[in-house]
Ligand binder design. Structure first.
Ligand SMILES: *[C@@H]1O[C@H](CO)[C@@H](O)[C@H](O)[C@H]1NC(C)=O
Ligand SMILES: *[C@@H]1O[C@H](CO)[C@@H](O)[C@H](O)[C@H]1NC(C)=O
Ligand SMILES: *[C@@H]1O[C@H](CO)[C@@H](O)[C@H](O)[C@H]1NC(C)=O
Ligand SMILES: *[C@@H]1O[C@H](CO)[C@@H](O)[C@H](O)[C@H]1NC(C)=O
Length: 383
């Protein structure tokens, strides 16, 4: 652990202990003379808001989660938990923490990576700004504090609840996929993402599709000598945009976004190449969506398409007394947890409407309220 502690001192020295003008009561440089001082510092600054602040202040754009993983790991260890840093690839680690017993009935989980770019921590009124403040470091902080609080009360015992914080959720779920190799079992999953303190009814799946057309260039005055890639891709996209896709009673319509479109070289040249990148948000029946795409695109000369990525829609447990529910249109790591959970819940502070934006924030009261929400969900599932 010596190496780990030294590593964290260095990283935190840069990002966490230099709090700047808004001021922290701790005098970091003097306090960091030894490892035990560092441990005292971490325990001494264990308020929810402070923990959340440190999480947000450590940049952890997907791919660069090492510093935050080590910080969370040290924090949980300082509170007496057994912590495993699971190597995912290179310098990327999932954090798996529990009270003595590896296998647990409930796994309380979220992700520690964020989308780019890093945005600094700032407080304005009751709002806490910064990259990840909402998605999903708000959930991480509230989950950790609900766990510590229930443990202190004696409500949970070894084997009841484990904490799992993964990397790579914002890119391809590589961290959560890797948890299959932890060789541990859970029965119930409580996933933390911004749900406005409501229980997610479920969320749509995703189908991303790439289309390419290879035509033939020619002088625009002699179109008969070329093959226009745009004249092939535009009607094809129109067909897709006007097609009917499956509707689900709870999750609503399957939607299509033509997110990227590229073609051509100049106004007076018949375009030799065109490409498009599409994202379907799939409410139900992924296979039917794929079949519709195939029906519209198969057999078009010069056009090729591939399905780059797909995930199935998720239907979750949402009927718990005292909770409102919410329908979500974003993807999560839930389908990447390849374990036969009997129940899955999605709940967390903050709203997805600001996540990924340049003004990402969370209401500080939501962080506090989410502790209560996670506690009630855990108690409900242990009862
Ligand atoms: C990780 O951080 C390094 C140094 O700040 C940067 O060069 C690199 O591009 C980052 N990687 C990712 C995946 O963001
Ligand atoms: C996810 O992306 C990372 C690079 O960001 C790559 O190394 C890894 O192999 C990918 N994992 C999966 C499961 O696609
Ligand atoms: C899980 O089991 C696999 C196969 O037996 C093994 O290679 C791996 O090291 C185990 N992982 C852990 C964390 O015990
Ligand atoms: C998954 O769990 C359910 C409920 O406990 C059980 O009925 C089912 O057989 C399990 N499936 C697998 C593949 O283990």
């Amino acid at each position: 652990m010596k190496l780990l502690v030294l590593f964290v001192s260095v990283v935190l020295g840069q990002h966490v202990f230099n709090h700047g003008p808004s001021g922290d009561s701790v005098e970091p440089k003097a306090a960091l003379e030894s490892d035990s001082d560092l441990k005292d510092y971490i325990i001494g600054s264990s308020s929810l808001i402070d923990f959340h602040r440190k999480l947000v202040e450590i940049p952890s754009v997907s791919g660069n989660e090492s510093a935050v993983a080590h910080y969370v790991s040290l924090f949980l260890e300082s509170h007496g938990l057994t912590v495993e840093l699971q190597s995912v690839e290179g310098n990327r680690y999932n954090v798996y923490a529990y009270d003595g017993q590896r296998d647990n009935k409930i796994v309380l989980t979220s992700h520690i990576d964020t989308v780019p770019p890093f945005l600094p921590y700032a407080v304005e009124g009751t709002k806490i700004y910064g990259r990840g403040s909402c998605d999903a470091k708000g959930s991480v902080a509230s989950q950790v504090f609900s766990y510590l609080s229930l443990r202190k009360q004696g409500t949970i015992k070894p084997g009841d609840v484990a904490l799992l914080f993964v990397v790579g959720e914002e890119v391809n779920g590589t961290g959560m996929l890797k948890t299959a190799e932890l060789n541990t079992t859970w029965q119930i999953g409580i996933f933390g993402e911004p749900t406005e303190l409501k229980l997610g009814v479920g969320h749509k799946g995703m189908l991303s599709t790439q289309i390419e057309v290879f035509g033939k260039n020619a002088h625009s005055g002699y179109p008969e000598l070329g093959i226009s890639a745009t004249e092939i891709i535009i009607p094809a996209l129109n067909e897709l945009l006007n097609a009917e896709y499956p509707y689900h009673d709870l999750l609503g319509p399957t939607t299509l976004n033509v997110g990227m479109l590229n073609a051509g070289v100049a106004a007076n040249v018949i375009p030799p190449h065109a490409s498009a990148r599409l994202a379907f948000r799939v409410a139900t029946d992924l296979e039917k969506v794929k079949a519709t795409v195939a029906a519209k695109l198969d057999g078009i000369d010069h056009l090729k398409y591939t399905f780059d990525f797909e995930s199935t829609p998720q239907y979750l447990q949402y009927q718990v007394p005292g909770f409102e529910s919410i329908v979500l249109a974003y993807s999560t790591d839930i389908p990447n947890l390849h374990q036969n959970l009997t129940k899955r819940f999605l709940y967390g502070p903050g709203t997805i409407h600001v996540a990924h934006s340049d003004h990402e924030y969370i209401e500080s009261q939501d962080l506090v309220d989410a502790i209560g929400g996670y506690e009630r969900l855990i108690k409900y599932n242990l009862a």
